[in-house]
Every structure is written in structure tokens, then in C-alpha cells.
Design a protein around this ligand. Structure first.
Ligand SMILES: [Mg+2]
Length: 264
């Protein structure tokens, strides 16, 4: 069955890439087709990314105007998948989710086929021009390496190909960390410049600096936010008021920590 699925996926893929990589053998969620269609082929998705990066631009420009910070004393943190890079090609071609972070790394990250999302190239370059750092913090498995590549290296190559500006990339360490999906240790490392190799894998270290804005498509891309406790809040709870005001969230109907919530 696994072999059959791989062959089917390979048949639907084109170019030299198809010879190098196959789809994950997992095939549990064919019902994501509608979500993938919306993500790939709706004006609303493009408008939402432009809207979010546009609001964030005004927020950062205003913060810089008010605080007049010295260069490299401040920065922003962005997630990668479905925040800076669009991986929907994978779901389109394979009709499935890569169910584990390692599978995601193998099948989605290493091919270097992902594209910059609307607004992100301009936004990240603007932060650099304003004197801020751009840190990319992802749950891609930085400890993953096989004959398709090292996830840290392929991620950096793909980001550069897409002209997304960044000063560092900080990934999860699925091999050694007991809580690889928890980004808080990585956020703290960027704030303090104390990096723990058991918890994370990084491209390079930056000096400690103040983080003024966070970007993600998953509620858990934001410090201290957890899916279950946040989803249990009243929908008008004050905790949601940070969004649009330092925290900036992107739409992702294809996958996320929300999948485990009960279907009410
Ligand atoms: Mg993401």
C-alpha cells in the first residue's frame, strides 16, 4: 500500500524533483482538499496575507518612530511554514498531511520547493532596512538529515531562493528535546542570547535583543499561547486583543494544532 501511494504521488509530480522525493506514506486526511483549494486558489487568502503584513508594517514603523531604537537592539520573530513559506504544493500533489514533524521535514522541507507568501519579502526586508533583526523560528526538525538533505541547510536555501530576508533560523531538535513543539525556549534564547543545543538547532546566534512582534499561522507560534487553553476562552476574551497589536496571525485551514480540538 505504501509503495502504491508513493507511485501514485510520483506520477502526479513533474520534473527532476519527482525522482528525488516521494510523498509521505501517511494518507489519512484526504478531506483537506477544500482547505488546500482555498489556500492555493482564493483571492481571500492572498488578501489576508497582504492585510496582515500591511498592518504589521504600520505597527513596526510606528514603534520605531516612537522608540527610536538603536540598530540591532530589537527584532521580530516569524514562523516559517505557512507564515513565510507556502508549502501547499505538497498537499496539492500528495493529498495528505505529513503527520509528524520528521515526515514534514523529509517530504515538505527538503525539496526546497516552497514559495514566499504574499507580503513577506517586502516586510522582512523592511525590518532589515529599519535596523531590526529578523529571526525565523520553526518546528521543522533541525536534527533531521538524510540523503535528501539537512533540514537546516535546505530551509536556508529555500528561504534565500525566495528572497526572504532573515538574520537567523532557529529550528526544533526532535532528536534530543522532550518538548520540541514548544517554541518558548527558542523565543527565550533570542531574547537572552542563551541557546540550548538540546532544545534547538540554529544557523547562527544573534546578540540578545528585544522582540517587538511575533508572526505565525498557529496559535502556539506566540509566546505562552496554547491551543487548548486559548480555544477554551470566550471568543472576545482580552487575551485575543494582542492580535494585530504585536502578534500577527496568518490563515492556515490545512493543518495546525487546532486539528486536535473537538468538532462541535
Ligand atoms: Mg507554521
Amino acid at each position: 500500500m505504501k509503495k502504491l501511494l508513493s507511485i501514485i504521488c510520483l506520477m502526479s509530480m513533474t520534473g527532476a524533483y519527482a525522482e528525488q522525493i516521494s510523498c509521505s506514506p501517511e494518507n489519512k486526511q484526504l478531506d483537506i482538499k477544500q482547505a488546500v483549494k482555498w489556500y492555493r486558489d482564493s483571492a481571500e487568502k492572498k488578501a489576508l496575507y497582504n492585510q496582515t503584513y500591511g498592518v504589521a508594517t504600520l505597527y513596526v514603523q510606528n514603534w520605531v518612530k516612537l522608540n527610536r531604537p538603536k540598530a540591532t537592539t530589537w527584532g521580530v520573530i516569524l514562523d516559517i511554514d505557512e507564515t513565510t513559506l507556502d508549502n501547499s504544493w505538497y498537499f496539492r500533489e500528495c493529498g495528505e498531511l505529513a503527520s509528524s514533524e520528521s515526515d514534514f521535514s523529509h517530504y515538505v522541507a527538503n525539496p526546497e520547493k516552497s514559495t514566499a507568501l504574499p507580503g513577506v519579502v517586502t516586510f522582512t526586508n523592511l525590518i532589515h532596512q529599519l535596523g531590526g533583526y529578523v529571526s525565523l523560528v520553526s518546528n521543522r526538525d533541525g536534527s533531521f538529515k538524510d540523503d535528501t538533505g539537512s533540514v537546516l541547510e535546505t530551509t536556508i536555501t529555500n528561504l534565500k531562493q525566495q528572497q526572504i530576508y532573515f538574520d537567523q533560523v532557529v529550528l526544533a531538535n526532535l532528536r534530543d528535546s522532550e518538548m520540541p513543539s514548544n517554541k518558548n525556549p527558542r523565543f527565550e534564547a533570542i531574547n537572552s542570547a542563551k541557546y540550548d543545543s538540546k532544545q534547538m538547532v540554529w544557523s547562527n546566534k544573534l546578540p540578545a535583543h528585544k522582540v517587538i512582534a511575533y508572526f505565525g499561522d498557529n496559535i502556539q507560534d506566540f509566546p505562552k499561547f496554547k491551543q487548548a487553553t486559548t480555544n477554551a476562552l470566550d471568543e472576545n476574551d482580552a487575551q485575543y486583543k494582542v492580535f494585530g497589536n504585536g502578534y500577527f496571525i496568518m490563515p492556515n485551514p490545512m493543518y495546525g494544532s487546532w486539528e486536535k480540538n473537538p468538532y462541535n
